[in-house]
Design a protein around this ligand. Structure first.
Ligand code: C5P
Length: 240
């Protein structure tokens, strides 16, 4: 009997597609999904989704934010590619989030992909924004905006949200138990924090209520990426 992989989305932030595919291959069974970001998608496009998708479900992190029609059409293309998860900015508004959900699922069905329907994850407020940065664009402070945008996105059909580990309790309180909460900024106690400022360990993030942990460099830059992922998975099982 093989246990299901731990709830880790590995961020494949590496320069070339060959490196990303190689990592995805060695991490098979050790992580639940592979996250493809703007850099890899910008250089390799659908080919990146196709090749990485042969190894694991793909979480395509393009953070769409545009008028609803444009987002619906873009999300439909991503759904046809077979992604399992895609991101949008909740600040695009309810109609935009709903269009993303509908477009993604329509594309998935048109292409005849089997398996679960793909899900839209909404980003509330970028964790790089301080309250001063938010004030400078005329936006309320994060403590006020994060739960409000989380509720808006979920009411519009988003099945998941991306938030900092420190925001998980407040977001969970706003949206209830059925929404998938995805958190970056996760660092095992034995890893470097790199440029992540507000970090939580994998066990802390899951204890706070996170469902899926986005982890990049502690795995991708480890000498033994599969070993690092396995160690995090063991910590999660011990904590859970
Ligand atoms: O290497 P590291 O674990 O820091 O990678 C985290 C991943 O999560 C990166 O792909 C980064 O862009 C993404 N991310 C983040 N913080 C956010 C949102 C996304 O670190 N608030």
């Amino acid at each position: 009997v093989t246990a299901s992989p731990p709830p880790i989305a590995v961020a494949l932030d590496v320069p070339t597609l060959d490196e990303a595919v190689e990592l995805a291959a060695v991490l098979q069974g050790e992580v639940a999904v592979c996250k493809v970001g703007l850099e890899l998608f910008g250089s390799h496009g659908p080919e990146a989704v196709r090749r990485i998708g042969e190894q694991a479900p793909v979480f395509l992190d393009l953070k769409l934010h545009d008028i609803p029609t444009t987002v619906r059409r873009a999300a439909r293309v991503l759904g046809r590619m077979g992604v399992a998860m895609a991101t949008v900015h909740a600040s695009g508004g309810a109609a935009m989030v709903r269009s993303a959900v509908e477009g993604l699922q329509a594309g998935h069905e048109e292409a005849g992909h089997d398996g679960d329907l793909p899900i839209i994850l909404a980003v509330t407020v970028l964790t790089s924004m301080t309250d001063d940065d938010l004030a400078s664009i005329g936006a309320p402070a994060a403590g006020e905006q994060v739960p409000a945008l989380a509720s808006l996105a979920v009411e519009a059909g988003a099945q998941g949200l991306v938030c900092a580990p420190t925001d998980v309790p407040i977001v969970r309180a706003a949206v209830g138990p059925d929404v998938t909460l995805v958190t970056p900024g996760v660092r095992p106690a034995w890893a470097q924090s790199n440029d992540q400022a507000r970090v939580a360990t994998p066990g802390e993030a899951v204890a706070a209520g996170a469902d899926l942990l986005v982890i990049g460099r502690p795995i991708t830059r480890a000498e033994d990426p599969a070993g690092a992922a396995r160690r995090i998975g063991d910590e999660l099982r011990a904590a859970g």
